[in-house]
Design a protein around this ligand. Structure first.
Ligand SMILES: [Fe+2]
Length: 198
């Protein structure tokens, strides 16, 4: 069952990715994708996403629904578990990997994730060496990055983050779902940008 669901999801991801010029320019969809074994990891945000009814999108309904359909089989990440971020964030911020570690697929060239945030959540300032692009696929959020204007993005909008450029996100009355890709420096995960969060 999970194989069927993930195969469907990766095929949709490939199509969306290749058809978005900015995403495709940032990183070509990898040609070295391999299947790998995956143990699911369930956390509260997975349940929240499966119950979510307000992820509005005209362009990417099939992509959104495929990410939701795969939620019960995914290994949901707990990147910030051992930090002092607190229970509320841990129980509402959702992310799982589609291509990369603890994911159904692996590539040496690109990692890909889905990020889900319900309404009224702040994803504090963080940074990482990997260069990153967010493609908003449903809902909306305000994207913040050091040195640039804040931007509210809806389906189709992208935000690019340079290596170690601190960035943050905020939802207001709407939730958001984004397809997130990294193109290099995969070894080091995100850390809080402490001086911006105090
Ligand atoms: Fe990031």
């Amino acid at each position: 069952m999970s194989k069927i669901v993930f195969n469907k999801l990766i095929n949709i991801a490939e199509s969306v990715h290749k058809n978005h010029p900015l995403v495709n320019d940032f990183c070509e969809f990898p040609d070295d994708i391999q299947l790998q074994d995956l143990s699911p990891n369930h956390i509260v945000p997975s349940t929240l996403l499966q119950k979510e009814t307000d992820l509005f999108t005209k362009k990417y309904q099939i992509f959104r629904d495929a990410f939701i359909e795969a939620s019960p089989f995914a290994h949901w990440r707990e990147t910030y578990k051992d930090t002092d971020i607190g229970k509320d964030f841990m129980e509402r911020f959702g992310c799982y990997c589609l291509i990369g570690p603890n994911a159904p697929f692996f590539s040496l060239k690109m990692h890909a994730f889905v990020v889900y945030m319900p309404p009224h959540l702040f994803y504090p300032w963080h940074n990482h060496p990997g260069e990153e692009m967010y493609l908003t696929i449903a809902g909306e959020a305000e994207f913040m990055k050091v040195g640039e204007e804040n931007e509210v993005l809806k389906a189709g909008g992208v935000s690019e983050h340079k290596s170690n450029q601190p960035h943050a996100m905020r939802t207001q009355n709407r939730p958001v779902m984004a397809y997130v890709i990294w193109r290099n420096n995969f070894e080091t995960g995100p850390v809080w940008t402490d001086h911006l969060n105090s």
